[in-house]
Design a protein around this ligand. Sequence first.
Ligand code: AHQ
Length: 251
Amino acid sequence: MTQQQQQQQDAWSPQAFASNLRAMESRYHSHHPFNRRLNAGELQPFQVRGWVANRFYYQCRIPVKDAAILSNCDDRATRRRWVVRMLDHDGHDGHDGHEGANAGGIEIWTRLGIATGLERETLESHALVLPGVRFAVDAYVNFARTAPWQEAVISSLTEMFAPRIHKDRLAGWPTHYPWIDTSGLDYFRSRIPLADRDVEHGLEVAMQWCTTRERQERALQILGFKLDILWAMLDAIERAYPDDLAKAQQP
Ligand code: AHQ
């Protein structure tokens, strides 16, 4: 038996591989203390604004990350499916431009920011983005630029766990944060079906690419790297916006 055949023989079944990926949910940022407080309604408006403004940088860099994957991908059918992800965030130019129903996730997240009391200019300037957040998000984009496109696709699979966190926000924020107009939560509503669709594609790529135990173990390592990125973002945000932050420094 060749080494490759041995590797394939040692590979987990697709079901076991998918289960091992999903078992990493315990490291998802929904369990981060800052996110638990955010979704429990324990944060002050400035802390919510700080989170929204910093996550806006992540949202803005997602289509750049996806473009990096496209640029490395040599498969036309995959590119046809993947390009939709960029438009989901950048918007579709239609008769009403990108502001209307074709707004796209970045514009809809902007509306969340405005609903929390942030100015559009403040959001779009990224003036509130923290060094730790910028570093983590840029590490994600750089990974997508340099890794094999299949590995970069695998890194997006943290979204396996995203529908739950969006549903938690939709369930709790209207009660916890009545000062945020519920139309500002549209992003979370919009993302749930898109996350399900994207994860289905991402898992297909992972199953096709990870035919050996070595690649399967690498996939777990990649998912752990992306889970750390999301966790590190909240570490930076939590440290920057303590409960007793002086008013003059609050966003
Ligand atoms: O709004 C999110 C989003 O558009 C994406 C794309 C995907 C990726 O390509 O890495 N991941 C992702 C995520 C979004 N929202 C996060 C949240 O907590 O609201 C979750 C995040 C993810 O789980 O990776």
